[in-house]
Design a protein around this ligand. Structure first.
Ligand code: ADP
Ligand code: MG
Length: 604
């Protein structure tokens, strides 16, 4: 039940009694109207009776006045007669007016009028005339006749009074009946309405109480669910392997899970309400600069953020951990940020493993090259021994000089090879300016024998020297691996082409899937193309994954993965395009390196 329905129930419960009372009042009003009408009729009847009494009194006055006069002959006794006589007809007419439309009464009144007139004209007036004339009035017959006439008048009058009294009695009974009915109606209506209101209210209240109980249950259920979900969340946070810290909008710490406490070295009570940067103090591994806190970064970018690579967490006791972290905004239902949750983990071990893997790949590359390099060195040294042998065994001074020059050349080649070899291992602490052309030529030189073994032809397109700032040993490792991959793919009988294309600032980059169309810095793109069979769709998704190789025992599966790590570190991009169709098959790997890149971290 929603609020609207509830209000409607309230309205109904309020309105029904009002309506019921109105109905009762209406019924009562009708009943009272009826009773009032009856009372009016009774009053009319009363008025009629008293009017009839008045007429009766006047007639009695007439009769007794007449009798007094008859007996005494004194005119003074006749006064009541004359007085009454002047009124009686009027009063009968008044009574007639009161009869309204009652034909019966009218009939009786006509009778009365006639009988009175008969008495008056036929007895009273002759008697008076007789007395005035001094005549005898003791005439029994005449008096008897007068009595008969007066009896008729009396009968008529009595009829009228009796009928009026009967009507009155009937009406009073009717009134009693009406009052009785009224009481009954009132009683039944009150009872009926009471029951109706009671039942209705009960029904409505039942609905409300059911709805109330349901919402209580729902609330209880929700509270339980909330509790459980909170509990789940708490347990998850407690048992999660990553450090989790939640902060309010101002960046003050609210909660830290056990891993976060262990990694930072701060206890929950110590960290409570502290600014995040105090507890979660992060610096760049190389520059040692304090990094922007995830709180500030999330607020600035208004989204989930990953943290910069090579972040070091300085723990409470000053020890340091390599960490990877990310921050996410906590939003209210309007989407406003109300806090930040920070997730981080200790990647010190991961970093060590990674470093070990990189070193391993380096060794593997060197190992595979070792045999061919041994050949490279063996050949010139062999030549030198031969030349020395020739010189020792009677060569002319002219020949000796020539042999000497040749030996020098052979030794220069050995030196060159050994320098290239060293380059693979010697590493500088900071980036240095590297000539890509020179580096690639050195690598190709070292690999010459390997190309012969694999029976591939190598061509280059490196029109001019191109300098970039980089860690040379790392770039060497990348290119050695990429060229090896190309040569192995093209073998046997295929071709590998290595080219460098310098690139001015501002031009959109045309090679490299990751940066296509983007305004680029100045730099160079090195492409290594082969006409091998290409990379199949099944293999493609696994490229750049560590330990993925299709070469069995001969491969480590680390080459591309390490290469990408190194190129990313150099702020460059590496991308791979491959085609397996007949006739155009082959693979092109493009590496873009900026002239003055932002190097992501120091040397390993
Ligand atoms: P590895 O060379 O030790 O196998 P990489 O990481 O260098 O490891 O290469 C991984 C895989 O990628 C290779 O085994 C190969 O299947 C595929 N691959 C790399 N470069 C090429 C290429 N130029 N042509 C065809 N396949 C390639
Ligand atoms: Mg490889």
């Amino acid at each position: 039940m929603n609020l609207r329905q509830f209000n409607s129930v309230l309205r109904q419960v309020f309105l029904l009694p009002v309506v019921a009372l109105l109905v009762v009042a209406g019924a009562l009003y009708l009943q009272i109207q009826n009773a009032n009408a009856t009372v009016n009729l009774i009053q009319d009847g009363d008025a009629r009776i008293s009017q009839a009494m008045l007429v009766s009194k006047l007639i009695v006055d007439e009769e007794s006045g007449l009798r007094g006069y008859e007996t005494t002959g004194d005119a003074r006794f006749l006064q009541p007669f004359t007085e009454a006589e002047s009124h009686v007809q009027n009063e009968i007419q008044n009574l007639d007016a009161m009869a309204g439309g009652e034909a019966d009464l009218k009939h009786d009144l006509t009778d009365l009028h006639v009988s009175h007139q008969t008495w008056h004209d036929g007895f009273a007036l002759p008697i008076i005339a007789q007395v005035r004339g001094g005549g005898k009035t003791e005439d029994v017959d005449l008096n008897l006749h007068g009595k008969v006439l007066m009896d008729a008048v009396r009968r008529d009058l009595n009829d009228i009074i009796h009928k009026a009294e009967d009507t009155r009695t009937r009406r009073i009974a009717q009134w009693h009946q009406q009052v009785h009915t009224m009481l009954l109606v009132l009683l039944f209506l009150a009872l009926g309405m009471g029951i109706l209101i009671g039942l209705f209210t009960r029904n409505r209240l039942h609905t409300v109480s059911v709805a109330y109980r349901t919402s209580l249950e729902i609330l209880g259920h929700r509270a339980e669910e909330l509790f459980q979900s909170e509990q789940r969340l708490r347990t998850t946070l407690e048992s999660i392997g990553d450090g989790v810290i939640t902060c309010d909008f101002a960046g003050r710490i609210q909660m830290m899970n056990p891993v976060a406490r262990e990694l930072t070295g701060w206890s929950q009570s110590e960290a409570d309400g502290q600014p995040l940067e105090k507890v979660f103090h992060i610096v760049n591994e190389t520059s040692r600069k304090t990094l922007e806190t995830p709180v500030a970064k999330v607020k600035r970018l208004d989204r989930i953020v990953g943290m910069a690579n090579h972040t070091v967490l300085v723990r409470k006791d000053g020890t340091e951990l390599n960490i990877a972290d990310s921050g996410a905004p906590i939003r209210d239902k309007n989407g406003e940020i109300v806090g930040i949750v920070l997730v981080f983990r200790d990647i010190t071990m991961e970093r060590k493993t990674q470093d070990a893997l990189i070193a391993n790949e380096k060794l593997a590359v060197a190992g595979r090259l070792a045999a061919t390099i041994a050949h490279e060195i063996h050949n010139p040294l062999d030549s030198v021994s031969n030349l020395i042998y020739l010189m020792r065994n009677g060569a002319t001074p002219e020949e000796s000089r020539q042999f000497m020059d040749m030996a020098e050349q052979e030794l220069a080649r050995v030196t060159q090879i050994s320098r290239a070899m060293l380059g693979l291992y010697r590493e500088s602490k900071a980036p240095v300016v590297v000539d890509l052309k020179e580096m690639l030529q050195e690598i190709l030189l070292l690999m010459e024998r390997r190309f012969i073994e694999l029976n591939v032809t190598v061509s280059t397109d490196m029109p001019q020297p191109v300098s970039v700032a980089a860690f040379p040993a790392e770039l060497r490792q990348v290119f050695t691996n990429l060229i090896t991959n190309a040569a192995e793919a093209a073998s046997p009988g295929g071709q590998v082409k290595v080219s460098i294309k310098p690139q001015g600032a501002g031009a959109p980059q045309t090679t490299g899937a990751e940066a296509t169309g983007q305004k680029m810095q100045a730099g160079a793109t090195v492409t290594i193309a082969d006409n091998g069979s290409g990379i199949t769709a099944e293999v493609r998704p696994h490229l750049f994954q560590p330990f993925f190789t299709t070469k069995g025992e001969r491969g480590t599966g680390l080459g591309l993965w390490v290469s990408r790590g190194i190129i990313n570190k150099h702020g460059g991009t590496i991308s791979l395009k491959s085609d397996t169709s007949q006739g155009t098959h082959g693979t092109v790997v493009s590496v873009f390196l900026a002239t003055n890149p932002t190097i992501n971290a120091g040397g390993d």
